[in-house]
Design a protein around this ligand. Structure first.
Ligand SMILES: CC(=O)SCCNC(=O)CCNC(=O)[C@H](O)C(C)(C)COP(=O)(O)OP(=O)(O)OC[C@H]1O[C@@H](n2cnc3c(N)ncnc32)[C@H](O)[C@@H]1OP(=O)(O)O
Ligand SMILES: N[C@@H](CCO)C(=O)O
Length: 379
């Protein structure tokens, strides 16, 4: 029996007393069997919805977030959601994904820290999972969301949409549950993480693990302000550089010192100040354990595992598909989206977003994404 939990759960990773915002919660049916072995008991997913399911139940769209995103895809900031939705320019009333027509569903990924069960959540013994939280694969994340589709009465998604980690989650959804996905939009992602991507992920995980406040992952009882913030901040600085293009960073910051600071006297260049700010923003909204869990899941991804290789896996996709990448994405280069477009039979040509930003273009360039989403949904 699936239960929809309306009150904020004790398992939430954000601070006790934080308002739920628009989130709702779903307890999974039972222990989730994990691809790496064992099972995760007592898991719940946070999710948000916009619009409503039509009587034919054929208008549901699943939107899957990237590494540090969450369920708040659309709408203003406010209680429970300090910032506006991360795809507010794309999803909402009258937008490309028009919530007057489509029933949009967005879960916080299992392992995350915005309401879904993750390392900061309480294990069945009431103590934080911490270092005991199991290794998750994207296959586990996709299968966990099957219960959500059942609960909402969605037999098959009209489309599953995601970028970066969200795109890999979308691909895995289709490969796990092919009968439940009619159309697919894969953005700025890959069918299998490359050695370089595993390396970027590893450097970030090592930065967190090297922080003495990480305590092997069992830091959740530490006093406020004593978590592995330095390590998480360092991980974000590394990651953020991969999310942006050299041209954007050089054009924006150049070699200019931060106003009022002198690098010869311990001051910072403007880019250093910017990265410090990006680090502080993430530390204020994200749990280091979730960052490690989801980063390892991303590094681990291989759509071809157990399916006869990537080419065979992609050839098996029957959903109408569009693949798009961002010119100048140095984290998920276009060659990886070309492989997806070439390998998925119904994908058609690769679409390329022109963007000065690089990888983050899939979040920022909603004006270019709109027609691509529109084409997928109108086919
Ligand atoms: C909309 C959301 O962020 S939702 C929050 C959940 N996050 C997600 O879902 C992840 C997806 N979103 C993202 O990754 C980001 O929001 C993006 C990529 C869409 C946009 O990135 P941003 O950080 O907002 O943009 P940008 O690179 O222009 O940075 C602007 C910030 O840098 C600050 N900044 C710029 N130059 C400097 C500098 N020299 N020194 C210090 N700070 C600086 C700006 O003041 C601004 O601060 P603010 O965000 O506190 O207002
Ligand atoms: N800026 C995005 C990039 C990851 O693809 C995030 O923080 O999730």
């Amino acid at each position: 029996m699936l239960t929809d939990v309306v009150a904020p759960p004790a398992t939430a990773a954000w601070r006790a007393g934080d308002p739920p915002g628009r989130r709702r919660w779903l307890d999974l049916r039972g222990p989730l069997p994990l691809q790496a072995g064992g099972a995760l008991p007592g898991a719940r997913l946070a999710y948000e919805t916009w619009g409503s399911l039509n009587p034919k139940r054929d208008n549901a769209i699943l939107v899957l977030h990237a590494l540090t995103g969450d369920s708040h895809v659309s709408g203003a900031g406010g209680p429970g959601h300090p910032t506006a939705g991360w795809w507010d320019g794309l999803v909402g009333p009258g937008r490309a994904v028009d919530t007057n027509h489509w029933f949009v569903v967005a879960p916080n990924a299992l392992g995350g820290c915005q309401g879904s069960t993750g390392p900061a959540s309480a294990a069945p013994d009431g103590k934080p999972w911490g270092s005991r939280f199991p290794f998750l694969t994207l296959n586990d994340l996709a299968r966990a969301e099957n219960d959500l589709a059942d609960h909402l009465g969605v037999d098959a998604w009209a489309a599953v949409i995601g970028g970066s980690l969200g795109g890999m989650r979308a691909l895995e959804w289709t490969l796990c549950q092919p009968d439940r996905v009619r159309a697919l939009l894969l953005l700025a992602c890959t069918a299998a993480s490359s050695a370089e991507q595993i390396g970027w992920c590893s450097a970030q995980v090592r930065a967190i693990e090297a922080d003495p406040n990480w305590r092997g992952g069992d830091y959740h009882h530490a006093a406020p302000g004593h978590g592995p913030h330095a390590g998480l901040g360092l991980a974000r600085r590394i990651a953020h550089l991969t999310y942006r293009s050299p041209a954007e960073l050089n054009g924006r910051f150049g070699r200019i010192p931060q106003p009022g600071e002198n690098p010869w006297q311990g001051g910072r260049y403007s880019i250093e100040s910017y990265l410090d700010h990006q680090a502080a923003k993430l530390v204020g909204r994200f749990d280091a354990g979730s960052y490690v869990t989801l980063t390892k899941a991303m590094a681990d991804y291989d759509a071809g595992r157990g399916r006869g290789g990537v080419a065979a896996a992609l050839a098996s996709v029957r959903a109408r598909t569009l693949v798009a990448g961002v010119a100048g994405d140095r984290l998920f280069p276009l060659v990886q989206q070309q492989e997806l477009a070439d390998g998925i039979p119904a994908a058609g040509p690769l679409r390329v977003l022109g963007s000065p930003y690089g990888h983050d273009g899939f979040l920022i360039e909603t004006g270019q994404l709109g027609p691509i989403v529109g084409e997928l949904l109108s086919r």
